[in-house]
Design a protein around this ligand. Sequence first.
Ligand code: SF4
Length: 372
Amino acid sequence: MMNLQVYRNPKTSKDLAEKLIPLLQEKQEQLGRKLRFMEVCGTHTVAISKSGIRDLLSPYVDLTSGPGCPVCVTDQSDIDQMIGYARNENVIITTFGDMMKVPGSSSTLYEQRALGADVRVVYSPSESIEIAKENPDKMVVFLGVGFETTTPSIAMSMQRAKAEGVKNFAVYSAHKITTVAVEALMGDDTVNLDGFLLPGNVSVIIGRQGWSFLENYNFPSVIGGFEPLDLLSSIYQLTLEMDKEKKSVINNYTRVVKEEGNLKAQQLVSEVFTPASMKWRGLGEIVESGLEVSSLYEMYNAKKRVSQVEPVVTREIKGCQCGEILKGKRIPFECKLFARACTPERPVGPCMVSSEGSCSIYYQYERGKIQI
Ligand code: SF4
């Protein structure tokens, strides 16, 4: 069994930090500015804040979060569609809990449930199949929001529904492909970065190979884990990589990430889903950046099978800077609503809802740094 204590050992982390800080300092002096690395994963943002690594390294490097929270990147129009389905009395909505409080243009799933809609929080997509079996006169719609880490389990539930002949179950797919968003950021000249800390969890599925396109950009990129030692050593590797003429995608999480990833999961996802253009909050519509239900599984596609009971109207959330935060162009403290009008109890935007959203992370771990 893997001994995680090795990666949580304060002494080892302290020793590495003592090696890392002079290196960062030297690089900062060379460049005449702070370094800027983006972590493309909300779980990394949590770990960086919680461990105090952001504070420790802040004189030398800005660790900025990117489009790594699936709930946050879900476009406002998708949120409104999902809430619209909840208004259909023939539909039972099943969802992971973090979608409940996400503000749509005029309501939330939570509010719809209070008004009488049948919205149920599930812990795995396959629970929706049991609910469908118990409610044969209703259509059960599971809200598919997530990256490469969640799509295999949702694909598996659709496979199971098909095998068991469950017909009153469908998925609203708003699934996103992380690699495509990262490539979109590479093409945006206004996003100034020195390197990517790539998500270890997504990489378990897609492998180091899944990121190899970054080598065409010759851009420092390191796949990292989530323990303090993982984070420090990945930042160390990123800094070293900056000086190399030919940069490669480094797998610094070899204890769980393989070169080729999880082939079985990849195969499953490619059978049930097909790449499609999708809108991302902040990044706009990106070609083939999402996963739509494939034609083989069309009868499990909620968008094809369930109609809205009233027209869905989408409006942007006034004052919310989530879109800019997801591109790494702003930090939560720069939003005037942060910790004032917008708190985890009364979120104005999705970045304050999800535990992987930057605003909620900054609210929990960093808000003592500013005057509110
Ligand atoms: S603090 Fe609230 S309103 Fe501001 S960007 Fe974050 S989620 Fe949006």
